[in-house]
Design a protein around this ligand. Structure first.
Ligand code: ZN
Length: 334
């Protein structure tokens, strides 16, 4: 397997000679942050302190600012790149390409003077992601890397979510629990479907939402849960949608309200009842197993490395890629 791309024991996706993505690596001058989720920000302070440059999209910078606190990115040499823009380091060219995941998410392509191409998908959903083509080595995320992780639902999950929310709003507040990025995607889905009630949320979710709006997403009428308007709506169980991070699931909206948890870890049905007034909806911002295989099939890489650091399905995915597509694949770290 080529040493041109690998995943280190500490979760850094190493591309070519100069790039470390999504975790710190002391030997690499360029650090790329593919998106603002915590498992892709490993050792960011160290990278800012001792690396030559840290690269990310402007939207990712803004999200890291609100999700991690503004002090994170004040020190060090930070450079914002648009999709399609290139940075040169030695004889290598680093380019970011859009990944459909959360706002600002990027794939990373590194090319050298000999025409070698190595790439990393970052986290992605196939729908809105244009695969990077003809790579010598492709590093692919492996969140849903096992063949049992397939979402072949006949129902449109977004339509289902909208109708569930609309129906439950007749009885008062609907609580929606999910992760940053996903919550804003749901706001956008509801807003597009003309769900016009206020969207109420704690301050951090509100600030992430404002970043999404500043970067072009349309989310509807937003209110903070601790402000007067938000408090009145929630205390009175009035018709509004309350958006909370998954971590708050055990502590808010427990009495009398409808609750919807949105998760990618659901494969049996698009919607399942999990409590008296609580449902789980299968909406994911990652490709399922079929999407991962399809990405690799379209990319036609000579070799594949699966990211076995973040979720432990890399070995299964590598085996399936070799078997189904005939492309040599290994999981890293082992
Ligand atoms: Zn992610």
């Amino acid at each position: 397997m080529s040493g041109k791309a690998l995943v280190s024991e500490r979760g850094a996706v190493l591309l070519g000679d100069s790039v470390a993505c999504d975790a710190f690596d002391e030997a690499r001058p360029l650090r790329v942050v593919t998106h603002a989720h915590a498992d892709h920000l490993i050792g960011l302070r160290q990278s800012l302190r001792s690396g030559k440059k840290v690269l990310m999209t402007r939207a990712t910078r803004d999200l890291v600012d609100v999700m991690n606190g503004q002090h994170t990115l004040t020190k060090g040499h930070l450079e914002m790149l648009d999709y399609g823009e290139t940075v040169v380091c030695g004889d290598e060219r680093v380019t970011l390409a859009k990944a459909d995941h959360i706002l600002g998410a990027a794939q990373v392509l590194v090319e050298d003077a000999n025409g070698s191409r190595v790439a990393y998908t970052g986290d992605f959903k196939l729908d809105g992601t244009e695969p990077l083509l003809d790579c010598d080595v492709l590093v692919v995320e492996a969140t849903y890397g096992s063949p049992s992780f397939k979402r072949s639902f006949k129902l449109d999950v977004k339509e289902l979510l909208v109708s569930m929310v609309e129906k439950r709003l007749r009885h008062g507040t609907v609580y929606v629990f999910g992760y940053h990025g996903k919550l804003q995607e749901i706001m956008q889905i509801l807003h597009r479907a003309d769900v016009t009630v206020p969207f109420v949320m704690p301050e951090r979710v509100f600030r992430v939402s404002k970043v999404c709006e500043a970067h072009g997403m349309r989310l509807g009428c937003l209110a903070i849960s601790t402000d007067n308007e938000g408090k009145e709506l929630l205390d009175g169980n009035l018709p509004c949608v309350a958006f909370y991070h998954m971590n708050s699931r055990q502590s808010v909206g427990l009495v009398g309200s409808s609750r919807i948890c949105v998760s990618g870890w659901e494969f049996r049905s698009p919607c399942r009842q999990i409590g008296e007034r609580e449902h789980l909806v299968a909406l994911s911002d990652h490709s399922d197993f079929n999407g991962l295989i399809e990405y690799v099939r379209r990319c036609k890489p000579k070799q594949v490395v699966t990211d076995n650091y973040r979720v432990r399905h890399g070995a299964t995915l590598a085996r399936e890629i070799s078997k189904r597509l005939g492309i040599p694949a290994v999981a890293m770290p082992r």
